[in-house]
Design a protein around this ligand. Structure first.
Ligand SMILES: N[C@@H](CCC(=O)N[C@@H](CS)C(=O)NCC(=O)O)C(=O)O
Length: 231
C-alpha cells in the first residue's frame, strides 16, 4: 500500500491526480494538518518538512516532480520509453518545477497572503507568471499535450498551477484568467481538456472535497506559514 502525505495544494494535488490516473491504491495522510509536517515522524522521512511525500514500502520520495517520475517508472505509463519523447517530458517537468511553480508560489505570497503590501515585488512575480503562461501557450501550438501528443506527468505537473490562475483571486492580476489577453487559446483549450479527465477530477478532491477557494486558502496558509495549518 502506498502512503501519501499531502494536502490540497498544487504540489500535493499533482500526486493524487497521478495516483488516480494510474489506478493505484493509496492511503491519504493530511501532511500539513496542525503542523504534522514538522513532527519527528514526518521529519525523519523528509527533513525538508514539505508535502507531498510518498511512501511505498521501503521507498520514500519527496519533491512532487520526483514522485511523479517514480510513479511513472513504477507503472510504466505517463512517461514514454522513447529517449526523445521521454526527454521532452522531463524538460517540461523541470520547467514546471523550477519556473511556474516557484513563481506562482511567490505571487501568492506577495500578492495574496501579504495583501500586495509591496507592489513592486508582486508585480515582479505577476510579470514572470504572465510571461511563463505565454511560453506555455507557445509550447502547446500544434500539440494536445506539453510533451507532444501523449498525456504525461508533465501535464499533471502543470495542471494544478494553471488552475490557480482560474480559482484564486490572484488570477485577477494575470492576463490568462482575466481574458485581458487573446494570446492563450492553446493553454485554455489544454486546461479544459485536462480538467475534463475523470481521474483529474477525483484527484482534486484529495484530501477532502473542499471548494477550490478553500483549497487555495489552505495553500496560501501552507506556503506562507501564517495560517491555521501552522498553529
Ligand atoms: N518543490 C517542492 C515544494 C513542496 C512545498 O513547497 N510544499 C508546501 C505545500 S505546496 C509545504 O509543504 N509547505 C509546508 C510548510 O512550508 O510548512 C515540491 O514540488 O514538492
Amino acid at each position: 500500500m502506498i502512503d501519501l502525505y499531502t494536502d490540497a495544494t498544487p504540489n500535493g494535488l499533482k500526486i493524487s491526480i497521478a495516483l488516480e490516473e494510474l489506478g493505484l491504491q493509496y492511503k491519504v495522510h493530511k501532511g500539513l494538518n496542525d503542523g504534522a509536517n514538522t513532527r519527528p515522524e514526518f521529519t525523519t522521512m523528509n527533513p525538508n518538512q514539505k508535502i507531498p511525500l510518498l511512501k511505498d514500502s521501503e521507498v520514500i520520495v519527496s519533491e512532487s516532480g520526483a514522485i511523479l517520475f517514480y510513479l511513472a517508472e513504477k507503472s510504466g505509463t505517463l512517461l514514454p520509453k522513447d529517449l526523445l519523447k521521454r526527454t521532452k517530458v522531463i524538460e517540461m517537468l523541470m520547467l514546471q518545477m523550477s519556473g511556474l511553480g516557484p513563481n506562482c508560489g511567490q505571487l501568492l505570497v506577495w500578492g495574496g497572503a501579504w495583501n500586495n503590501e509591496h507592489p513592486v515585488a508582486t508585480q515582479r512575480y505577476a510579470q514572470e507568471v504572465n510571461r511563463l503562461f505565454n511560453v506555455l501557450n507557445t509550447l502547446l501550438e500544434g500539440h494536445e499535450y506539453f510533451a507532444g501528443d501523449e498525456y504525461s506527468i508533465a501535464d499533471i505537473a502543470f495542471f494544478p498551477w494553471v488552475r490557480m490562475a482560474f480559482v484564486h483571486p490572484i488570477g485577477e492580476m494575470l492576463e490568462l484568467a482575466t481574458g485581458k489577453s487573446t494570446k492563450h487559446a492553446n493553454l485554455i483549450a489544454w486546461y479544459e481538456r485536462i480538467g475534463q479527465r475523470e481521474a483529474v477530477q477525483r484527484g482534486l478532491l484529495i484530501p477532502e472535497a473542499n471548494p477550490p477557494e478553500v483549497q487555495m486558502e489552505i495553500f496560501v496558509n501552507a506556503v506562507v506559514g501564517l495560517g491555521g495549518l501552522h498553529k
